[in-house]
Design a protein around this ligand. Structure first.
Ligand code: GLN
Length: 194
């Protein structure tokens, strides 16, 4: 079975481990660079992108992650994971010293965090994905959305005019949480690249 990592610094790690096992992958928790080296694809889970970015620095994973992504590692980023993959964060949070939040980058999009408004902390929607007649049950939790996408970015699903699932090369990103609705198509698409 292909070895697929789940970045396990923070966030909903367990649900992704279960989703990966359900699609036939061996799931590996990634907290250090040696673990990252051992996997052939990676999931960056939902959680809090500011915390995850900071912990990636603390654990010495930030630069190795950037290097593997730049070298073509297949990655699925969900929610906070989408923010971490985005080349640009439109409204980065700042830390105590006023240093703006960093992303790993790789995906040619600009995202806005918590983009559906404070009144809409979370919602669910059935979304159609290109060419698939079965809708995706999408769970949005303080979700980001794509506000700008480069020409190489394929939009897989949108809410209104805003892309919420995209693909560029080996990178897949969703603003919602497929893993908490038992939606396995994104994990399957990740593993299918291996
Ligand atoms: N709002 C969170 C962030 O900015 C993402 C929320 C989530 O991953 N469910 O990182």
């Amino acid at each position: 079975a292909p070895r697929v990592g789940v970045l396990a610094l923070q966030g909903d790690v367990r649900e992704h481990v279960e989703a990966l096992r359900a699609v036939g992958a061996e799931a590996v928790l990634v907290r250090r660079a040696s673990e990252l080296e051992s996997v052939s694809a990676l999931v960056i889970p939902g959680g809090e992108s500011t915390v995850m970015a900071r912990l990636a620095r603390v654990f010495g994973l930030f630069v190795p992650l950037q290097q593997r992504i730049a070298a073509g590692l297949p990655v699925l980023g969900t929610c906070a994971g989408m923010i971490l993959l985005a080349d640009s964060i439109l409204d980065p949070a700042a830390d105590g010293e006023g240093v703006p939040q960093e992303s790993l980058g790789g995906l040619d999009v600009a995202v806005r965090r918590n983009a559906f408004g404070r009144q809409v902390e979370s919602f669910e929607a059935d979304l159609l994905i290109a060419e698939d007649p079965r809708p995706v049950r999408a769970v949005f939790i303080r979700a980001p959305r794509v506000e700008r996408a480069g020409p190489g970015v394929e939009v897989l699903a949108s809410v209104g005019e805003h892309p919420v699932a995209v693909r560029q090369g080996s990178l897949l990103a969703t603003a919602f949480h497929p893993e908490s609705a038992g939606e396995l198509r994104f994990h399957r698409a990740l593993v299918a690249q291996l």
